[in-house]
Design a protein around this ligand. Sequence first.
Ligand code: RRO
Length: 310
Amino acid sequence: IDLSVSWLGLSMASPLFNASGVMCRHADELDRLAASCAGAVITKSCTLEPRAGNPEPRYAALPFGSINSMGLPNEGFRYYLDYARRYDYGRGKPLFVSVSGMSADETLTILGELARLDLPCLPEVNLSCPNVPGKPQTGYDFAASAALLDAIVRIYPKTFGVKLPPYFDPVHFDMMADVLRAYPTLGFVTCINSIGNALVVDVERELALIRPKDGLGGLGGSYVLPTALANVREFARRLPDRHVVGCGGVTSGAEAFMHILCGATVVQIGTCLYEEGPGAFERIAAELSALMRSKGYRTLDAFRGRLGTP
Ligand code: RRO
């Protein structure tokens, strides 16, 4: 079974890698990802200056996933650009740098510096952080998204991607796809970020599970799988000449298969990686291979985007 993927001029031995935010804040974590069976590595979303993030508790594991309100804790963009400069691209594990400025100007400054360095890494611009108090998710404001993308392509000439929030209405899939189509250098869209501003309640203690934003946080894991698949399929259909990166609810080979069947080129793993550690990549790849073998598929191309309806 061949799990390799070639896309955007990159080669990956496996379609699986980390979702931004998980195991990727510090260089030692990024190194562990690079040494694992992951097919690529993406860094924690970065801002201009380092951030400590929101007060704890800010992450909780749930029966079927997780809730988080980390609040963009990161070492500042210079740290990740230094990492990207030192990264061994010869290893065949592409590096993505997630960028999530506290303002459009911050995002543009970071991308301008990335353009100047001209490294082989690709930016994933995060339009969907749900957890910074007072900062709405850019991806829910179509005009603001278009304005930011206009400015990005003026400052950043190479291929880049965006991380989208989940959408819940076909009109919104249409509106965001119409925005994104206008940018030829937009090579990929990652669907989805966490489902923002969920509230999980501890009955016994009569408390929210996490502290920031009075308990509101982004939902991840199995809870979000059907929403993630809908977003992957709907954006893959609307943007047939772009790549969709699937993210949401992958805990086994079956869910990775589902994302690819819905049109994902590659698949990110968040909550499951947080809970299981980087061994998850080898396990899920083995499960995906076994499932493909049982179905008679030898490559990912054989079934990608082929979901039917009954
Ligand atoms: O750091 C976070 O709180 C966070 C971010 Br930037 C994001 O994009 N998605 C998420 O679930 N958490």
